[in-house]
Design a protein around this ligand. Structure first.
Ligand code: CMC
Length: 431
């Protein structure tokens, strides 16, 4: 964190309180209010953390006004075009792009951890068949703490490293098995001669009765979806992982907490909700009706896949995703897909509508990802598990960074209490 000579002065109750100011490498300055309560006896109030930095980080930077996303300084569109998911995982985890040898070693380490402890399949089998795959993932990832005792000691850097590799390596197997269980098919074991995305597609779509050939264009599109979701600085699920970890909880418990948070429709669940909305709209002539509903203050309906807390411009991931959707649908010969037509027309209408323009609501990453996943054959219930799989490396990178920060302490927000003041207990017969 860069020190500078700037300070800010807050005057409260006739007293001046000097606040240090930290300058980031890029982005707005940050007022350090850590000593505010000690010096001034006041708290700050910022529900939803709209103006509050909860930590210092070197991993990901977003410029919401420009619509820019950088991982360790590299823009997401370059990474999506020129790199691939495991290389981006290395970049996020270790801070630099790997050399050829480092990449080979990392890929080998990930590949050698793809299998799950055989006993873990009984956890899957304990769920109802109609369980949502996200429910299974929260349970199974949390249960990893009961299986991998040799990587739960967070004070040991080697155990932290093994836990990180295990989570990146096993998450595709867990997501694929949640899917297989959900549709009543046998589990397919990982194959280590396949790349990360191809292996995941095979575990989802192969059956013992016949061979499954992975289409390289679909595998590239899958890899790109993973890459575009790998990290997104201090979003709700990442902050959840950091808060869980701040108490010293083990890595598997922390990632299970992140998966639970990601599930909500305002966050990772939006890709499922967006496709369901596009299907409900059905045909372009019904778009105006839904636009009007989204603008109506008395209607809770929102355009899913639109808007973002940080981006006040196009989400750069959505641009790449849209191009990918075109490629995949053309390859599969379904480029006249009615859902894609509705999506394109909805984007066109909404991005020229005063309401959306004034509020700076643009399509986000979830707007087009569902269309690609649907075309690949995934049911909507698998969209958020795929997001969780891909985001795992971001959660782990942030978790590792937090633990290696000497300044880290338990997260404990304060509150603006608005309840009853002190009152004496009243016996039940006197109420
Ligand atoms: N449709 C219609 N109106 C919207 C939308 C939308 N999708 N999003 C925000 N607004 C309006 C909202 O009603 C509010 O209006 P007003 O100022 O008149 O009250 C204004 O825009 C600001 O909204 P907000 O809820 O205060 O903004 P936020 O930063 O708290 O919420 C958001 C961000 C992503 C939760 C929200 O835009 C939303 O609910 N979008 C739909 C769900 C979605 O696509 N989520 C995926 C986010 S990207 C993937 C991820 O990071 O997980």
């Amino acid at each position: 964190m860069a020190e500078n000579d700037k300070t800010a002065t807050l005057t409260f109750d006739g007293k001046d309180i000097e606040l240090p100011v930290h300058s980031p490498t890029v982005g707005p300055d940050v007022l350090d209010i850590g000593k505010l309560y000690g010096q001034g006896g006041v708290f700050t109030f910022d529900p939803g953390f709209t103006s509050t930095a909860a930590c210092a980080s070197t991993i990901t930077y977003i410029d919401g006004e420009k619509g820019e996303l950088l991982h360790r300084g590299y823009p997401i569109d370059q990474l999506a075009e020129k790199s691939h998911y495991l290389e981006v995982c290395y970049l996020l985890l270790y801070g630099e792009l790997p050399t050829a040898d480092q990449l080979e070693d990392f890929e080998n380490r990930v590949t050698s951890h793809t299998m799950l402890h055989e006993q873990m399949q009984f956890f899957f089998r304990g769920f109802r068949r109609d369980a949502h795959p996200m429910a299974i993932m929260v349970g199974v990832v949390g249960a990893m703490s009961a299986f991998y005792h040799d990587s739960t000691d967070i004070s040991d850097p080697w155990q932290r490293e093994v836990a990180s590799i295990r989570l990146v390596a096993k998450m595709p197997t867990i997501a694929a098995w949640a899917y297989k269980y959900h549709i009543g098919q046998p589990f397919v074991y990982p194959r280590n001669d396949l790349d990360y995305a191809s292996n995941f597609l095979r575990m989802c779509f192969a059956v013992p009765a016949e061979d499954y050939e992975v289409n390289p264009i679909l595998s590239r599109a899958m890899d790109r979806i993973f890459t575009l979701h790998a990290d997104h600085e201090q979003n709700a699920s990442t902050s959840t992982v950091r808060l869980a970890s701040s108490s010293g909880a083990n890595p598997f418990a922390c990632i299970a907490a992140g998966i639970a948070c990601l599930w909500g429709p305002a966050h990772g669940g939006a890709n499922q909700a967006a496709l369901e909305m596009l299907r409900e709209i059905g045909t372009p002539d019904r778009i105006p009706e839904f636009i009007e509903r989204a603008k109506d203050k008395d209607d809770p309906f929102r355009l899913m896949g639109f808007g973002h807390r940080v981006y006040k411009n196009f989400d750069p991931r959505a641009k790449v995703m849209k191009q990918s959707a075109d490629e995949v649908l053309e390859l599969l010969g379904i480029d006249n897909n009615p859902t894609l037509q509705v999506a394109k027309e909805l984007e066109e209408i909404a991005t020229h509508d005063d309401y959306f323009v004034e509020k700076k609501l643009y399509p986000n990453v979830d707007f087009y990802s569902g269309i690609i996943l649907d075309a690949m054959g995934f049911p909507t219930s698998m969209f958020t598990p795929i997001f969780a799989l891909a985001r795992t490396v971001g959660w782990i990178s942030q978790w590792k960074e937090q633990l290696s920060d000497p300044a880290h302490k338990i997260g404990r927000p304060r509150q603006l209490y608005t309840g009853a003041t002190f009152r004496d207990y009243v016996e039940v017969e006197n109420r």
